[in-house]
Design a protein around this ligand. Structure first.
Ligand SMILES: Nc1ncnc2c1ncn2[C@@H]1O[C@H](COP(=O)(O)OS(=O)(=O)O)[C@@H](OP(=O)(O)O)[C@H]1O
Ligand SMILES: Nc1ncnc2c1ncn2[C@@H]1O[C@H](COP(=O)(O)OP(=O)(O)O)[C@@H](O)[C@H]1O
Length: 334
């Protein structure tokens, strides 16, 4: 029999020794109570997500039981068409037994919560395993050297600088200039460039909305690992949809820095280093961001970079703007 009596899921703690003032992810209250009141959950963000083929079981479950909740009609009202509410958040699982802690990422959908929380102790004190997404019988395993130790070693705080903007806005240029600037100050960085990742990890994805969502989800998870490794991870992807970017933000409370390269389409199109805008304008590429596919600018991000009076900042000055943000917010020391 499982004993959840001492198990509590609490909101994620701030990263060790980082009382970063830039913290801004949304918290929802009050705490939900589950498992006969023994498990507490704090939500950290809510997104409106397009249905994703990458998550068919949830989507089909929704489709099969469209009105199985009396709350459904009320909750549906006001939903953007074609969107499914999804709540994404990281949780820290910390039972009162100090030896046990786990980090679980959960997704709640709809009024029904297909979230399975099964960590606890059996009657004889043995750990039970969990089901997360499609993975059954799994268990988190911690190592004695953690993020704290790695950050101390590197004298920096692991974080993700997420650069979003149109094709040709200068994302890769900024990522490289930033990486160079931080490297020359003695900081360890790693660049995750959308274009490059599509040569390997994401080679199976195309540019339809659900593939872009899966692209961003995967890169968000990889970026989270790099941040956990203590690195300053610089992700530069068009990432055109707000909900996808916000889902990544919710994976990294306190350490997700969104940089919007707010460069006008005309400027990007005039640059057109790969000739893709020209192909898109002549209909040879379909679904090109900014031409016949949407780009949703961030409404609330940490850094905006833009041109003034037609003059765009140089790569170095864009990088300096980000570096000074990292400095002021305590990421460049431990
Ligand atoms: N249809 C369409 N729309 C936008 N971009 C396209 C498209 N087809 C190919 N490309 C090239 O792919 C690069 C963007 O890849 P990303 O992984 O960053 O895109 S996304 O975040 O999944 O939207 C992008 O690179 P950048 O120019 O560096 O942004 C393009 O070179
Ligand atoms: N700040 C800048 N000022 C002028 N040109 C730039 C700037 N940033 C990038 N560029 C140029 O714009 C083009 C697109 O830059 P790139 O970094 O490849 O954009 P993205 O990765 O967003 O597609 C390149 O030719 C690059 O040299």
């Amino acid at each position: 029999m499982q004993n959840f009596a001492s198990a509590a899921i609490a909101p994620p703690p701030p990263p060790e020794s980082s009382a970063s003032p830039h913290r801004r992810h949304r918290r929802l209250s009050p705490l939900l109570r589950r498992a006969a009141g023994a498990v507490r959950i704090a939500l950290t963000s809510v997104d409106w997500k397009r249905p994703s083929t990458s998550n068919p079981p949830v989507a089909s479950r929704d489709a099969e039981r469209p009105c199985c909740s009396p709350l459904a009609p009320r909750r549906r009202r006001g939903l953007p068409q074609n969107r499914t509410p999804s709540i994404n958040y990281p949780l820290t699982f910390s039972p009162s037994l100090a030896a046990l802690s786990a980090f679980v990422s959960l997704r709640l959908r709809w009024a029904h919560i297909p979230v399975i929380i099964m960590m606890g102790l059996t009657g004889n004190g043995k750990l039970v395993t969990s089901t997360v997404g499609k993975s059954t019988n799994i268990r988190w395993h911690d190592c004695p050297i953690g993020q704290d130790g790695r950050q101390k070693l590197l004298n920096q705080k692991g974080c993700v600088v997420w650069i979003t903007g149109l094709s040709g806005s200068g994302k890769s240029t900024l990522a490289c200039a930033l990486s160079h600037g931080l490297h020359s100050r003695g900081h360890l960085t790693y660049v995750l460039d959308g274009d490059n990742l599509r040569h390997g990890l994401n080679r199976d994805l195309c540019f339809k909305a659900e593939d872009r969502a899966e692209n961003i989800r995967r890169v968000g998870e990889v970026a989270k690992l790099f941040a956990d490794a203590g690195l300053i991870c610089i992700a530069c992807l068009i990432s055109p949809f707000r909900s996808d970017r916000n889902a990544c933000r919710s994976l990294l409370p306190n350490s997700f820095i969104e940089v919007f390269l707010n460069i006008p389409l005309e400027v990007c199109e005039a640059r057109d280093p790969k000739g893709l805008y020209k192909l898109a304008r002549t209909g040879k590429i379909k679904g090109f961001t900014g031409i016949d596919d949407p780009y949703e600018p961030p409404s609330d991000c940490e850094i905006v970079i833009q041109c003034k009076a037609g003059d765009c900042p140089s790569p170095k000055s864009m990088a300096d703007q980000v570096i000074s943000y990292l400095e002021v917010n305590g990421f460049l020391q431990y």
